[in-house]
Each structure stands twice: as C-alpha cells, then as structure tokens.
Design a protein around this ligand. Sequence first.
Ligand code: ZN
Length: 307
Amino acid sequence: MLWARRRLTCTSALDDAKGAPEHMAIEPVGSAPTLAARVPILMYHEVLAEEQLRDLAGRIQSSYVITDTQFSLHLELIRELGLQIIGLDRFIAWRDGKSDLPDNAVIISFDDGYSGNFQHALPLLQEFGSSGTFFVVSRKIGDPGMMSWAQLRAMGDAGMLVESHTATHPLLSQLDEKATREELEQSKHEIQSRTGRAVTMISLPNGDVNPWYKRIALDLGYAGGCCSAIGLNSASTDRFMLKRIPIKRGLTQAQLRGYLSGSTVTYAAAKVQSMAKGALVGALGKGNYDKVYNRFFGVQDQRKRGS
Ligand SMILES: [Zn+2]
C-alpha cells in the first residue's frame, strides 16, 4: 500500500479550498528536500472509553470523539500498512533539510487538549511505540474535561509533543494583527514555561486564518502549522498550512485505509463533502449548522466544544 501512496501525484483536487492567498506566501527557511513523499497528518480530537460515550450528551461536535477501541484499530491498521508514526517536528526538520524521513511516515495529531487523550490515547500510543502531537489551548488547561499541566508534562516525558492551539481558541479571521500576535505569543510562552519544552508548531482553530498569521508565526519562532484542509503533505506544502485528515467517530476502517494509502477516490469524496459543508455553513451560519448537524447526526448537545 505504501508505494500506492508514493506514486500519488499531487493534484489540484487535493488543494485546500481555504488555501492561503499568494500575498501570504512565506519563503522556506531552508532548502527543502526533493523526495516526493506524501505524508498524512491525522487530526483527532478526543479518545474516550466506550462507556463514556453516554456522557457526550451536552456536547456540540461530539462526532469528533472516538472510542479507545476505534483508536486501537486505527493504530493496528497503520501497523498493518507498514507505516511509521513520527512526530510533526521530524517532518518539519526533513522539510528544512535537517532530518531524514521514513518513506512510510504518518503523523498523529490531537486538537484542543481533552483529558480523555491522556487517559486513553496516551497508553495506546505507548503500547504501539508511537508518538503523538498534541495541540492544546493554553488558557483552557485544567478546565473540566481538559488536561492539566501535570498531565501535559507527563505527555512530554513520554515522548509526546505538546504544541500550541492558541491561547483562547478564537477564529483568527475575527482577530486583528495585535490580537493575533497575543494569541500566538502567549500560548507559546505559557506552554513552554509550564512544560519546560520548546513549542514550535501550532494548529489553527477551525483551520481559520488571517493575513498576518504566517508572518507573525514565523517572527515568534514557530516552524510550522496545521490547518483543517484535507490532503497529504509534501516538501512543497506551505509549512504554516499543513493539511490534515479529520478523524470522526463515523469514519470506517476502509475510509481510513483509503486516506493512508493515498486513494484519490477517498480524497475526492472528502473534498466534495467538505465543500458541501462549507456551502451549508455559509448559508446557515456556524451556530445553526452545528445545531442542524447534531440534530440529525449527533447526540443532543448543549455544551459547546472547540474543533
Ligand atoms: Zn480546536
């Protein structure tokens, strides 16, 4: 399956509908390698035990919560396909010509900082000898349902990466330049000071951007960032707009296999679905879209969650 992915040609069908405008382009820091790798970055939110799913009542976007059984099956599939889980830092280092990259690399990321990931995802990652990249919202650390600073330090000690998902989880498109800098700077500083480890990467709440994001991120010492566009990543992918694969509870093993093996059919279907969602969100507004979505596809929700 590996060579199927490597033969994949990067087409416009995989490009991000929210891709950065030309004027936001940032030159690479170093000379990028030419190896035609296509690296998937899986985007998880929270892993819970099966019996905890009943507690999802009261949550918006509960479809992003998966069970520990599902996560274990995902890791088994990754192993079966012969893929190697790496940290996002290694991909960035490779992109800068400072590290090698396995031919069969895959990256596992988690957004928001939910405590279920410490209880359920961390043990499974350790069992499979794998590393995860956890993007956390610095001012929500310690809130109910979120990881504590002690747990994040333990994550770092266990070889996981703890990175920024901003300070308060705003939509960047609604921030001015000053507020954008504060979100990126404060979260980086606080996570670094509380964990004792460098923070060099960020993921964008809802994949949302503004004209200043990349320049400010580079200025503050970030080396890369993830958005929510669906696709694979190569040496030429914008370092601050790395694409990901959204993992929802309804994702089938066949779909995940398609994503991991670079199936153009799987990516094209996801692209169509993403565009349809974008049109609905545009027509209904984000809040109304969430209500409609959860009425038909989720549990009855009241408590808002980030994404
Ligand atoms: Zn989020």
